[in-house]
Design a protein around this ligand. Sequence first.
Ligand SMILES: [Zn+2]
Length: 123
Amino acid sequence: MHACPCQSAETYDDCCGPFHRGDALAPTAERLMRSRYSAYSIGDTSYLLKTWHPTTRPTSLDLDPDVSWFRLDIISRTGGSMFDTAGTVEFRAHYRYNGETDEQHENSTFVRENRSWLYVSAV
Ligand SMILES: [Zn+2]
């Protein structure tokens, strides 16, 4: 049993795995954000594109294999619940690159359309 890359303390199969496989939809903006972090971590570009809003989605996505994501901190969130259609999630995602550690600090906006949460952009 593998721990989920998003560090929820759940196993991957009980956490982000069902979202990546298309067996379930992330119920909240934070769960979607966590599953996207996990997708970056394991290199699942098709899931990243699928959960990107069509208005901001890149046509293709190349992940640098030298970037290794190792920690996610959720800092704050607004909206994004099962009863919302929009929300924001502020996070710090930590990674190693060329032996150095660095972090991406972002406040992301999400919308829910047809029951699916989608990443829109950084604020
Ligand atoms: Zn997870």
